[in-house]
Design a protein around this ligand. Structure first.
Ligand code: HEC
Ligand code: HEC
Ligand code: HEC
Ligand code: HEC
Ligand code: HEC
Length: 282
């Protein structure tokens, strides 16, 4: 038998019932394949089924060294990596493909929130890095970028230090007296992304909650609608990806505002944990 891979895949292509890839590879709980990109979510699409894997090995494919390539399905500039494995290949001025697309089998955007964290911190949303050149460049380049993409800056991203939670109060009502976590200046026009991070009290870790945010004037005479940011299972911290401008801040007058972020399990917010940021809109 020429290789262990041929022994495993070749033999199991002929047994009944025929096992699925996840019967042996990390899954069904671990789910080694986590990308959210549709069309890239089935092992067989890229690797072929057991029979095809065995056949390719018999025809000279070297296990572990000859793996699927992006260019099997995608065409374009800097996509064909020749005989170099994805994990070793580089594009855009020597930047690893994996820097911008992430690990094999968890290509951004991923179904697992933890995987997306780095992309969100760098460019405000998950997906390949480069839609926003400012994720890496300090000023907007004047030449094309990866795959010939035009220079673009979708947003300026502000990461806020993890803040301590305030408990048991509502978003609405009199302004809280404790001091806010950050003071920043933001432009009302031109997109800017604010990424607050909230520390989770020990006894709430593991709960499934909804995330919310809300903008109020400093004296609470005006507040926006409470916006929902989806549901998460709480870890030690919660990262709130919030597109702050152009909505809802672009339409309101210059001045000082409070941006509240919080999470709650129940719709009446009685178990709310939240924090807020004081933001000066110029
Ligand atoms: C019966 C168990 C079993 C099943 C089912 C199985 N694998 Fe494997 N697979 C293995 C083992 C064991 C290895 C390690 C072989 C080695 O160490 O060389 C392996 C290695 C691999 C490799 C790396 C070696 C190579 O040939 O490039 C790939 C890729 C792979 N499997 C893909 C798949 C895919 C895709 C499926 C589903 C179509 C699948 N496997 C189903 C057991 C299995
Ligand atoms: C979108 C295409 C694609 C899909 C879908 C895909 N793979 Fe892969 N797989 C790759 C690429 C590309 C590599 C080479 C990774 C590298 O260069 O590090 C690879 C490598 C592997 C390897 C070798 C280990 C390694 O890190 O090199 C195994 C095992 C494997 N895949 C199993 C699977 C299994 C099991 C599934 C389904 C759960 C799956 N793959 C789905 C593209 C894919
Ligand atoms: C089996 C075929 C296949 C392979 C191999 C494959 N993809 Fe895809 N990919 C698709 C399909 C299908 C789509 C969804 C349709 C589309 O946008 O082209 C997609 C979409 C994407 C998108 C989103 C495009 C967009 O405009 O939203 C990215 C990014 C991407 N693939 C990256 C990769 C990378 C990186 C690799 C190599 C590691 C790879 N793909 C390998 C089939 C594949
Ligand atoms: C500097 C960041 C960066 C690097 C490095 C990079 N890419 Fe990309 N890639 C992107 C961005 C951004 C997109 C999304 C383009 C879009 O949405 O139009 C993309 C899109 C893709 C797609 C999907 C194309 C399609 O049809 O929509 C593939 C496949 C791909 N890259 C493969 C690679 C490979 C292979 C490498 C390494 C040789 C690589 N990329 C290096 C940023 C990068
Ligand atoms: C993941 C990080 C990353 C992203 C995202 C990125 N670049 Fe780059 N870019 C680099 C690195 C690293 C270099 C090499 C710098 C060097 O050699 O000093 C580079 C170099 C360049 C260069 C060559 C001239 C120079 O400034 O060094 C151009 C032009 C460029 N990038 C354009 C773009 C454009 C346009 C975008 C957005 C569409 C983009 N890049 C996105 C990392 C990135």
């Amino acid at each position: 038998m020429p290789s262990f891979s041929l022994a495993m895949h070749g033999k199991h292509a002929r047994v009944s019932p025929r096992p699925g890839c996840y019967d042996c590879h990390p899954g069904p709980v671990t789910q080694c394949l986590r990308t959210a990109i549709e069309g890239m979510q089935s092992c067989e699409n890229c690797h072929g089924n057991l029979q095809e894997m065995a056949t390719s090995l018999r025809n000279g494919r070297r296990p572990w060294l000859d793996e699927p390539k992006c260019s099997n399905c995608h065409q374009g500039l800097e996509i064909d990596t020749g005989s170099t494995l994805y994990r070793d290949a580089r594009g855009h001025h020597g930047v690893y493909c994996a820097t911008c697309h992430y690990e094999p089998h968890a290509w951004w955007p991923s179904l697992l929130p933890k995987d997306n964290r780095q992309a969100i911190l760098l460019q405000g949303e998950s997906g390949p890095l480069g839609k926003n050149c400012l994720a890496c460049h300090t000023s907007l380049p004047d030449e094309p970028g990866p795959h010939g993409l035009p220079p673009s800056s979708t947003a300026e991203v502000v990461n806020l230090a993890p803040s301590s939670p305030l408990e048991g109060r509502r978003f609405l009502g009199p302004p809280v007296t404790s001091s806010s976590q950050a003071h920043l200046s933001m432009p009302r026009r031109g997109k800017m992304v604010l990424i607050p991070e909230l520390l989770v009290p020990e006894d709430r870790i593991g709960e499934r909650v909804s995330l919310y945010y809300l903008v109020c004037s400093a004296d609470h005479s005006w507040c926006s609608d409470v916006r929902s940011l989806g549901r998460v299972t709480l870890g030690h911290t919660v990262l709130f990806p919030i597109i702050e401008t152009p909505t809802p801040l672009s339409g309101i007058p210059a001045g000082t505002y409070r941006i509240y972020v919080g999470f709650s399990r129940v719709p009446d917010f009685s178990d709310l944990v939240y924090s807020f940021y004081e933001v000066k809109l110029d």
